[in-house]
Design a protein around this ligand. Structure first.
Ligand SMILES: Cc1cc2nc3c(=O)[nH]c(=O)nc-3n(C[C@H](O)[C@H](O)[C@H](O)COP(=O)(O)OP(=O)(O)OC[C@H]3O[C@@H](n4cnc5c(N)ncnc54)[C@H](O)[C@@H]3O)c2cc1C
Length: 346
C-alpha cells in the first residue's frame, strides 16, 4: 500500500532562494508548507552554479556569498518548521474537484495541498549525459551520473569522466576500493580543489590509477554488456580502457521538465503570471522567481523575494477567501512576533 499523502496548506516546488523565502512569507501569515527540490540540497542556482561567488545586490547586504545567502535564508525560515523533501523531482501536479492539489514526486512521496507555489527557477537540475553511441542503452546499469551506493562500485573496473570536484572526489574515494580506476578529462586543467588534483596525480604516478587526457569517443560492447571505452587523446591517439562501470561527472544543467506538462499557460518557456499575486492560469497555483514571466520581468533574486511576499497573500486569499487581509509589520505585530518566536513588541 502506498504511504498516505502529506496534507498541508501549501507545497512549494523548488528550494532555491525564492522558494526558501516563500516559506518565510507564508509563515508570517500563519500558514504551513512543505518544500521540495530535485537537488539533494537547498539553494537552487546559488548553491549549484556559483556557491563561492559574491552577490552585491541583496538589499542591506553590501556583499554576500551565494552559499552564505542560502544559509541565511535557512536560518531565517527556521521558526516556521517547513517540511523539506530533497533529492526528489516533482513529476505530477493535478487539481482535484475540491480545489485542492495532488502532487507526486519521483520518490513516490505524495502531497494533498491546499495551494501550490512553483519556484522552479530555470527548471529541475539534470545531469549532463554522455553523448556517444550506445550510451543510452547502458544508463542506469553500467553508466551512472551519480553515486547512489558507493559499494556498488567496489571491486569493479571503473572509468570516471570529468574534471570537477565530483569526478576527483570519487576517483580518490574509489582508488583502492574498485579493482581499477581510470580518470579521463578532456583538458589538462581541472576545476576541482587543487589538493585533490595533486593527490590524484600522485596516485597516478604511483601506478594506483590511470589518468588520461581526452574524451570518450565510443563504447566497446559485447552482446548486452559494455566492456570498455575508447578515449580520443588530444594528440589524436586512441586508448582503449576496460571498464564494467562508467561514472560520468559532467555537472548538472537545468531543464524545464515536468513543469511544462501541468497544463499551465506558458510564455517564453516560463509560466505566465499576473503581477497582483503571481497567480498562474490555474487558480491556487502561483509561480515566483525565475520560472515566471510577466511584462517587465527581471530574473533577479530581489524580484523573486517581492513576488514571494505577494504570492503568500494570494495563497491566503485562495485558502481563506473570507479572511480580511491587512498589512502587518514584523516590527509591531504581536502575532507575527509570536510566529517568529521573538519577544512581543514593547
Ligand atoms: C552565475 C550566476 C550569477 C548570478 N548572480 C546573481 C546576482 O548577483 N544577483 C541576482 O539577483 N541574481 C543572480 N543570479 C540569478 C539568480 O541566481 C536567480 O535569479 C535565482 O537563483 C532564482 O531563484 P529561484 O529560487 O527562482 O530559482 P533557482 O535558484 O533556479 O531554484 C529553483 C529550484 O527548483 C528546483 N526544481 C525545478 N523543477 C523542479 C521539479 N520539477 N521538482 C523539484 N524541484 C524542481 C531546481 O532543482 C532548483 O533547485 C545569478 C545566476 C547565475 C547563474
Amino acid at each position: 500500500m502506498s504511504p498516505a499523502a502529506i496534507s498541508t496548506e501549501c507545497v512549494i516546488i523548488g528550494a532555491g532562494p525564492v522558494g526558501l523565502f516563500a516559506v518565510f512569507e507564508l509563515g508570517l501569515l500563519g500558514m504551513k508548507c512543505e518544500i521540495l527540490d530535485s537537488l539533494a540540497h537547498p539553494g537552487g542556482q546559488c548553491t549549484e552554479l556559483y556557491p563561492d561567488k559574491p552577490i552585491y545586490d541583496i538589499p542591506a547586504l553590501p556583499v554576500c556569498g551565494a552559499k552564505e545567502l542560502v544559509d541565511r535564508l535557512l536560518e531565517q525560515i527556521k521558526p516556521f518548521h517547513a517540511g523539506f523533501h530533497l533529492g526528489q523531482e516533482v513529476t505530477g501536479l493535478a487539481k482535484l474537484p475540491s480545489g485542492r492539489f495532488e502532487i507526486e514526486t519521483s520518490a513516490g512521496t505524495r502531497f494533498d495541498a491546499g495551494s501550490v507555489i512553483i519556484a522552479a527557477g530555470l527548471g529541475s537540475f539534470q545531469p549532463r549525459r554522455l553523448m556517444v553511441p550506445d550510451a543510452e542503452r547502458f544508463e542506469g546499469t553500467q553508466i551512472h551520473y551519480r553515486v547512489r551506493r558507493a559499494e556498488d562500485f567496489h571491486g569493479k573496473d571503473l572509468l570516471i569522466a570529468g574534471g570537477g570536484d565530483s569526478a576527483l572526489d570519487w576517483t580518490l574515494e574509489f582508488c583502492g576500493k574498485a579493482r581499477s580506476v581510470a580518470l579521463v578529462h578532456r583538458r589538462a586543467e581541472f576545476r576541482a580543489q587543487p589538493a585533490s588534483v595533486v593527490r590524484m596525480k600522485e596516485l597516478a604516478s604511483a601506478g594506483k590509477l590511470r589518468h588520461l587526457e581526452g574524451t570518450i569517443q565510443s563504447l566497446s560492447v559485447d552482446g548486452d554488456r559494455m566492456t570498455g571505452a575508447s578515449i580520443l587523446g588530444r594528440d589524436k591517439s586512441t586508448t582503449d580502457v576496460r571498464c564494467d562501470l562508467l561514472l560520468a561527472c559532467f555537472g548538472l544543467h537545468p531543464k524545464l521538465g515536468p513543469v511544462a506538462n501541468w497544463g499551465l499557460a506558458l510564455e517564453k518557456k516560463a509560466l505566465r503570471v499576473d503581477t497582483e499575486k503571481f497567480g498562474t492560469s490555474i487558480p491556487g497555483i502561483f509561480a515566483i522567481g525565475d520560472i515566471n514571466s510577466y511584462a517587465g520581468k527581471k530574473k533577479l533574486i530581489l524580484s523573486g523575494f517581492h513576488e514571494a511576499a505577494l504570492a503568500a497573500f494570494g495563497v491566503q486569499h485562495y485558502l481563506y477567501p473570507e479572511k480580511r487581509q491587512f498589512l502587518q509589520y514584523t516590527t509591531t505585530s504581536p502575532i507575527m512576533r509570536e510566529r517568529l518566536g521573538v519577544a512581543p513588541p514593547d
